[in-house]
Structure formats: structure tokens, C-alpha cells
Design a protein. Structure first.
Length: 207
């Protein structure tokens, strides 16, 4: 198995859209171990639609929580106990894209952060960051949090309008590979997403 973990500098930075594009481009399965909040549908359903992956390529969540907030709090509200022993990478052939929830320091349980979980997995991580104001601070803090735990960082991918100085500064100071930037797409369709990913990212970097 060749897993790649997709995480973000914050919530709503575009990591689900990026994860869908990446999974479609490399022909990977997709897994989101913890889904918190499903009023607007789940990220699994969104990825299946955007990536046009077959049903069997979208793995069910280990935990699907109703409340839209940090998993540790959503679990408490929903009356669910998250067992970290269930959050292990599935044993599969081929490639797997795994998506975290929120940012790297979001609590999965009261004593386990997503960055801690990534450290256990030791799978390469792609950090997704928005290009808007504040991204330098959020990105560098996320990089430090991952690196301090020994998490292998494959590189950083940006989402949004081009901000060359911010993107270059993060890659230089953070000492990470800059993969490219996914523009904001309207309308966001499977075809537009596939075309944008192909135009802005080198597929070989993820293999």
C-alpha cells in the first residue's frame, strides 16, 4: 500500500477538494477515518462525486459523528467513545488517500491530536493551505507541529488565488516542497477539477 495523508492548516482550506483531485489523478482509494458533521453531506460523498471513484474505492469512516465540531467534542456530544485502536491505516493493495479533519492539532480524543495519529502512521503528509491573509503563520506552525512529532512531510499544496510571495516564503522558511496551487473553481465540477489539477501539479511528485 502507498498511503498519502492529506491534512490542512485549518478547517475549510480546501483539503477535501484537493484530496478528491489527488485520488482521481493517481487512481487511489479514499478514506476519512473520522467525519464530524453531516448536515451538508459527508466528505466521503463529496469526494466520490468530485473524483468519480467507484463505490468500492471510497472506504467507510471508522467514526461518523453528527455534530459539526472537533471530533473529540463531537464524540462527547453524540455519546460516542472514539477508540484510537480503530484508527489504523487499512491494509490494502495500491494507493490510498487519507484525509484528516480540520488542522493538524485538532483533537481526535482528549489525549490524541491528528498530528499524533499521523506520527503513529508514519505515512507521508501533504499539507493543504489557503493563500489568503494569515497563511504564512498557519502554515509554518503546522509544519513545525508535524516535524516536531517526526511526521514525514511530502510537501505543501495551496488552494486559492495566486499569492506568489506567501507561497514561496512558506516553502523556503518551512523547508518543504511546494507542489503547486489549485485555483478556486466556479462551478466546481469533476471535469474542471481534473483539468485544474493536471494543469497545476506534477503527478510524478505524488508517486
Amino acid at each position: 500500500m502507498n498511503p498519502i495523508v492529506v491534512t490542512g492548516t485549518d478547517t475549510d482550506v480546501g483539503k477535501t477538494v484537493f484530496a478528491a483531485a489527488l485520488a482521481a489523478a493517481i487512481g487511489a482509494r479514499y478514506w476519512k477515518p473520522v467525519q464530524a458533521g453531516d448536515d451538508d453531506g459527508t466528505d466521503r460523498e463529496r469526494v466520490r462525486r468530485l473524483a468519480r471513484l467507484p463505490e468500492g474505492a471510497i472506504l467507510p469512516e471508522a467514526y461518523r459523528l453528527r455534530t459539526p465540531c472537533s471530533p473529540h467534542r463531537a464524540a462527547a456530544i453524540d455519546g460516542v467513545t472514539i477508540d484510537a485502536a480503530r484508527l489504523v491505516l487499512p491494509a490494502l493493495d495500491g494507493s490510498l488517500v487519507v484525509e484528516g479533519a480540520g488542522g493538524v492539532l485538532v483533537p481526535v480524543t482528549d489525549g490524541l491530536l491528528f498530528a499524533d495519529l499521523f506520527a503513529r502512521w508514519q505515512a507521508p503528509v501533504v499539507l493543504v493551505a489557503r493563500t489568503s491573509l494569515g497563511t504564512i503563520n498557519h502554515s509554518l506552525l503546522s509544519i513545525e507541529a508535524l516535524r516536531s512529532r517526526g511526521v514525514p512531510i511530502l510537501g505543501i499544496a495551496f488552494v486559492g488565488d495566486a499569492v506568489e510571495d506567501s507561497e514561496a516564503t512558506i516553502a523556503r522558511i518551512g523547508g518543504v516542497r511546494r507542489f503547486g496551487r489549485l485555483p478556486l473553481l466556479d462551478p466546481l465540477t469533476p471535469e474542471a477539477l481534473a483539468d485544474a489539477f493536471a494543469a497545476n501539479f506534477d503527478l510524478a511528485a505524488f508517486r
